[in-house]
Design a protein around this ligand. Structure first.
Ligand code: ITT
Length: 202
């Protein structure tokens, strides 16, 4: 188990930050958004086929930046995630952030036919000052017929998670209509962070 300390999350997405903070609140880790002089640094997002490649590339760039700032022992977290719509293999996948900004939830709904199954994936990578750790998470579900507003961010208004074997259910509601605590029962982000923080030291 990793020792508790301050952890900097490299993200410009307030929804991702809020969920990671919520999940790690009782873990002993204190999570802060990574910034230099009050700004979240922008890194080159590589043209890559996998979330893992994107996350690791951002982590390598962040470690180099920390070294240049004499902060090389700081712990840093990067998490890359995406929605995968099964009727359109690989889409929007690694391009989820871009597609969300260009098409939005309404644009996705307009593309959908009868086949509506989908899943979210997340890859979280952590540099603890000495080594890199990786955690992965998946959340299965489907694209709703209509959009709901309320909670969450990104594609939450149109994503309905499948019920889980432990009895957890959103009662057919999209993430956008349920609390952050209930979303965490299903969340790809929560699973990726759990795998990361519960991995034993090698
Ligand atoms: P950073 O790279 O700065 O962390 P980002 O929003 O660009 O922020 P990603 O590249 O990981 O983050 O993009 C993931 C996109 O997938 C995100 O913008 C959302 O549109 C969507 N997404 C990921 N997880 C989601 C979730 O739990 N709920 C809703 N949408 C999600």
């Amino acid at each position: 188990m990793l020792m508790s300390r301050r952890l900097y999350f490299l993200t410009s997405n307030q929804g991702k930050l809020r969920e990671a903070k919520h999940h790690l609140a009782s873990s002993g880790w204190s999570l802060e958004q990574f910034s230099i002089d009050g700004k979240v640094p922008e890194f080159i997002e590589p043209q890559a086929d996998s979330l893992e490649e994107v996350a690791l590339s951002k982590l390598v760039q962040a470690i180099a930046l920390l070294e240049s700032q004499d902060r090389s022992s700081d712990a840093i977290l990067v998490e890359d995630s995406g929605l995968f719509i099964h009727a359109f293999p690989g889409f929007p996948g690694v391009y989820s952030s871009h597609i969300f900004k260009s098409l939005g939830c309404t644009g996705i709904l307009s593309l959908m036919g009868e086949e509506r199954s989908a899943h979210f994936e997340a890859v979280a990578v952590l540099w603890d000052g000495e080594r890199t750790r990786i955690g992965r998470g998946v959340c299965r579900g489907r694209i709703a017929n209509d959009m709901v507003e309320g909670e969450g961010f990104g594609f939450d208004p149109i994503f309905i998670p499948d019920d889980l074997e432990d009895g957890s259910s959103s009662d057919g509601k999209p993430f956008g209509a349920i609390s952050i605590s209930l979303k965490h029962c299903f969340s790809h982000r929560r699973s990726a962070l759990d795998e990361l923080f519960n991995s034993d030291d090698e």
